[in-house]
Design a binder for this molecule. Sequence first.
Ligand SMILES: *Cc1c(COP(=O)(O)O)cnc(C)c1O
Length: 357
Amino acid sequence: MDLELKLLPAEKRRPVPELKNLVFGRLFTDHMFVMEYDCERRWHAARIEPYAPISLDPAAIVLHYAQTIFEGLKAYWGVDGRIRLFRPWENMQRLNRGAERMCMPRVDEEFVLSAIKKLVWIDRAWIPREKGAALYIRPFMFGTEPSLGVKPSHTYLFMVILSPVSSYYQEGFNPVKIYVTDEFVRAAPGGTGEVKAGGNYAASLKAAEVAKKKGYTQVLWLDAVERRYVEEVGTMNIFFYFDDELVTPALSGSILPGITRDSVLQLARHWGLRVSERRISIDEVIEGIETGRLRECFGTGTAAVISPVGALYYRGKEYLINQGQTGPLAQKLFDELTAIQYGEKEDPFGWVTLVEG
Ligand SMILES: *Cc1c(COP(=O)(O)O)cnc(C)c1O
């Protein structure tokens, strides 16, 4: 498939604003990638064009039944002036697994990744230069067919938009306080929890609001069946460091398989740590806090990389973890991952892909 370039002439491009203190996901670059799908032509009309609103039929299936998936990755401006993506092939594969689960057409991973690289290169002036800041890349796909029948759409749009983001930690690590909910669930066995389907996030808003009202920034989700086993925190995977064992919930079907999660597992194993993917009950976590066995707890995801958890609320009580401070393992993982992302350290795992003109 050809990729058509319909670029803004230099004089029509916006001056890049100061890329500091940005609110996440509010500012977008000059261009976007679009391609269209229908059953006869399959994917076609791939192009990079000026960022602009799109028009949709009010009956478009996505607006009523949420047939939509997305991805999230970042482009980093390296200390050597080169632009890097972190494990983008994993995002392409996860996107296609999501497409399959949601009865949407697969995309050509190679083609989409090359289009993303082209788009990032075209809008590279929008990549913040400070360490920690990056250009967030949001690929997404949705059903556009006008139809109120509940069925897979026959037509789709696939798009990629770019948003410069500030460092998550402008004033250093700030451990988050999390609220364990046994009232709401994020995902159930057999559901769509293991793919980035839009509806999952709409369904999680209520619990986040309840948590926020009580002064907590994230929700810790328990399993839907017994409300006993830990699954994820907010839109991050979660890790516990007990004594000499680093533990994360095993991928159960209702947990999103995070790329940061996988990178932390690989790094920790590479360092010789004892690492387990298994079930962890909330009782084990509370007991670990009370006995001092739980040394650290942190979330992992593309946005924050590592997000230390300083306190946990469960059934009317607040528990402090590591005196509310960032632990040494969380710090070491953060330093190592970001050093690879920004080209400060060698990349022994082959995780990084360069973006070049
Ligand atoms: C995206 C996401 C994650 C983290 O995935 P990464 O690939 O590490 O960014 C974890 N949980 C949920 C629910 C997510 O949507």
